[in-house]
Design a protein around this ligand. Sequence first.
Ligand SMILES: Cc1cc2nc3c(=O)[nH]c(=O)nc-3n(C[C@H](O)[C@H](O)[C@H](O)COP(=O)(O)O)c2cc1C
Length: 368
Amino acid sequence: MAELKQSITFKRGLTLKNRIVMAPMTTSMSFFDGVITSDECAYYALRSGEVGAVITGAANVQANGKTWEGQLGVYHDRHITGLSKLAGSIKQNGTRAILQIFHGGRMTNSKILRGVQPVSASAVAAERSAAEIPRELLPDEILALIDDFKQATIRALKAGFDGVEIHGANTYLIQQFFSPHSNRRTDEWGGSREKRFKLINDLVDAVTSAVDQSGKKDFIVGYRFSPEEFETPGISLDDTLYLIDQLADKPLDYLHISINDYQRISVSEVYQEKPMINYIYQAINGRVPFIGVGDIRSKQQADEVLTTADLVALGRALLIEPHWVDKVFDKKTELIRTEINKYDREELLLGNGVWSFMEGLMPERLIE
Ligand SMILES: Cc1cc2nc3c(=O)[nH]c(=O)nc-3n(C[C@H](O)[C@H](O)[C@H](O)COP(=O)(O)O)c2cc1C
């Protein structure tokens, strides 16, 4: 079993100084056109320097992927200058900078897109209130989408990032292609599980080939996935174990689960003997490093996750305690902040966007 303080070197040669990464968290602090603000750079700088790597919040690879106001963009060369400031803000004291690349697909709406209809694998609305029916992508548009993930990777390389993470989780466009709920296509991009995997397969190849072609040796590519969907039909843990099996043999540097509780048990009756991350770690079987996540608050929990993952990601814990890592490593765990109130917002550089996400996602840690 690895230890939190232990370094790790990925296949492409990049080393992280320890096993703790900051989980990707959208801040909604960018300008309307996806250009980073100095407030956002300061927010990241405050949480860098101690963790092995910071994975940024989701950055759009296409303008019509935008899912929140104030979301980061990587869909145009004009974003590169700001992105290089962001990479510089993160890369302090050996912390590595990883840009999460993303498209929201049907999870956005025509108000955010200023009158443009959202797109997806098929014209099926998400099962949530006020969800709009998306437009089914044409085959040529799918090829353009894959190319835009590649272009985003090239921009991340130019901006000085140490890697990209492909956001294949949380019900967004890449997951929409793998899901039998959102993908009802009958062409080569849909149908069987294998065909629903085709977009992911081709997209991973495009992104990794961009890195190989760049000649940069220590730039990593990770992939994030969600283990299950609750819709019927929807992605089952069985589908995810298939996905993992395919991805573990691709030229990826890590796989990263997206889950709110690392102890979560599957809804599938055949996988209820242990938490989902245990089944996934077992399926990966050492082929590629695996990042575990989900409500990790204490060193003891982080150590427990390292028995079934190679690295741990911390999200909400770092929002309220930017110095979680040093306090753990210095054995000052009694100083770790576990709750905050509105007066702490300024010190913690939490803008309105991230604060309103926090109100929805972690109300128990926000006190009066
Ligand atoms: C404010 C906020 C924004 C988030 N934005 C993203 C995102 O952009 N991309 C992503 O993959 N996950 C996102 N997540 C999920 C986190 O990466 C993480 O998986 C989740 O918060 C569970 O980890 P935690 O309990 O340590 O916070 C977000 C979570 C929060 C709290």
